[in-house]
Design a protein around this ligand. Structure first.
Ligand code: ATP
Length: 463
């Protein structure tokens, strides 16, 4: 079993590698390369049958935590295409750039801040030693045009973050839903960035999804709220069952701070390729609403009725996580290899690949497997599956030896398997097998739904 209990030295000790994760993802239908039959489109990925289930569950879990379980946060779904002035006001037209260098010889392209400084100063390509071009600023926004005529008046951008869709609707939400500061607006949606270097599978892509929440607070209370949201986001990952020894905080130094930020921390996860940003928690000050006031000429001040109708521009605390990046984190965190005992139906000494998803996130919650296809067992199993489908995502499989079928479900991360045998016919009992421990319990089929529901609620990862 992979030992991840001690990473005081900060080194990755899990069983996953990016190669193993991406090949499992393809084999089992989590993630495919975009337009693969044409040779693939870099920076874009497609989510298969298990991948979309996992992505939806992660999104629903976040949404529930950030909106349904709170009284002071509501959701919106803003359009990807926004008025182009939005991106002037936000600072993206001017500042959302990466420093870019090209090799004149091998044509490789690099982010100047990601190659060794000695290569940059000597203008030598880190790949082939060829001469590098000077550093150019490269804007990460995708430009497109609206309407039939392509000129400067028809330019639009694909949004590079979901946050701006929230800011431009902040007044609408206050008016339509009578929200009072402090309050938040949450949104999940696509974002697009023309990333210079896309690598590490779905970690950094040109098309991705974000889960963002913008919390509007009274100036002067922002530091307190910033700390509060840092605490809450940390607790969220704990509740999700993530291996907490693989998470850490990273505070942005002065040269890392974005143009809008007063203070910023990232939650980093220890991926197989090292510690990388998973989510940002930012104190954006009053920058955004001030800029939108200036560019739109609309008064975006909040009138505080609980404080003598005092007017102010709220400060914003942002929590910004990548949905697709979280999916990669969940895959890496769940990935494990171990050796099942022969009693689990496999050959002695065989290694299994298992995804130890939290049962609330697993794409398939329960698989129903008849021991034999004959003697009416398949029909009983189908009936049990139909019943369980009312409450859970339930699969059915009768192909191959039972051990093989367990292995297939383990690899898909299915936390529970129900086996139907001759006793089911006689006494109505089934075995409920647990993915992580491979232990089995014999229970009546009528108790299945309640037992599974309880197991999901009580789940604590032990291995
Ligand atoms: P980086 O510095 O790595 O380019 P960033 O600091 O600009 O990223 P943010 O703008 O803070 O990232 O975005 C918030 C979150 O959105 C990130 O923590 C990450 O989870 C996700 N994200 C950002 N860019 C991408 C991308 N190209 N592909 C996938 N997810 C991304």
């Amino acid at each position: 079993m992979a030992d991840q209990t001690n990473n005081a030295d900060g080194a990755y000790k899990g069983a996953a590698t990016m190669d193993k994760i991406s090949s499992l993802a393809k084999r089992r239908g989590f993630v495919y390369q975009s337009s693969e039959i044409y040779g693939g489109q870099s920076g874009a990925w497609d989510y298969g049958p298990l991948g979309i289930e996992l992505k939806n569950r992660i999104a629903q879990n976040w949404w529930r935590e950030m909106t349904q379980l709170r009284d002071d946060i509501v959701g919106i779904d803003a359009a990807i295409l926004m008025h182009p002035r939005t991106w002037e006001a936000s600072g993206h037209v001017e500042n959302f750039t990466d420093p870019l260098v090209d090799c004149k010889k091998c044509k490789a392209r690099f982010r100047a801040d990601q190659i060794p400084p000695e290569n940059l100063s000597a203008r030598k390509c880190p790949d082939c030693g060829g001469e590098l071009t000077g550093t150019r600023k490269f804007n990460l926004m995708f430009k497109t045009n609206i309407g039939a005529v392509e000129d400067s008046s028809s330019v639009l951008y694909l949004r590079p973050e979901t946050a701006q869709g929230i800011y431009v609707n902040y007044k609408n939400v206050i008016q339509s839903n009578r929200m009072k500061v402090p309050f938040g607006i949450a949104q999940i949606g696509k974002a697009f960035r023309n990333e210079i270097v896309t690598k590490n599978f779905i970690f950094r892509t040109c098309e991705f999804e974000q889960m963002e929440m913008q919390f509007f607070v009274k100036p002067g209370t922002d530091v307190e709220w910033f700390n509060e949201w840092k605490k809450r986001r940390w607790a969220y990952y704990e509740k999700m069952g993530v291996r907490m020894e693989n998470l850490r905080w990273h505070q942005h130094g002065p040269d890392e701070l974005a143009h809008y930020a007063k203070d910023a921390y990232d939650i980093e996860y220890l991926f197989p390729m090292g510690w990388k940003e998973l989510e940002g928690v930012h104190n954006r000050s009053d920058y955004d609403l001030r800029r939108h006031t200036e560019y739109s000429k609309k008064d975006l001040q909040y009138i505080d009725q609980d404080d003598g109708n005092k007017k102010y521009i709220p400060y914003i605390i942002e929590t910004s996580a990548g949905l697709t990046r979280t999916l990669l984190m969940v895959l890496c965190d769940a990935y494990d290899e171990d050796t099942p005992p022969a009693t689990d139906g496999g050959a002695d000494g065989e290694t299994r690949t298992v995804l130890r998803f939290h049962p609330a996130l697993a794409p398939v919650t329960v698989a129903v497997l008849p021991l034999m296809k004959k003697d009416g067992l398949a029909e009983i199993a189908q009936d049990i599956r139909a019943e369980l489908k009312q409450d859970f995502s339930a699969d059915y499989d009768h192909a191959g030896a039972i051990g093989r079928r367990y292995r297939r479900q383990d690899e898909a991360g299915t936390p529970f398997c129900v086996t139907v045998d001759y006793d089911t016919k006689e006494a109505g009992t089934v075995t409920l097998r647990f993915r992580d421990s491979m232990e089995q319990a014999r229970i009546h089929k009528n108790e299945l739904a309640a037992r599974i529901r309880q197991e999901i609620k009580d789940y604590k990862r032990k291995v």
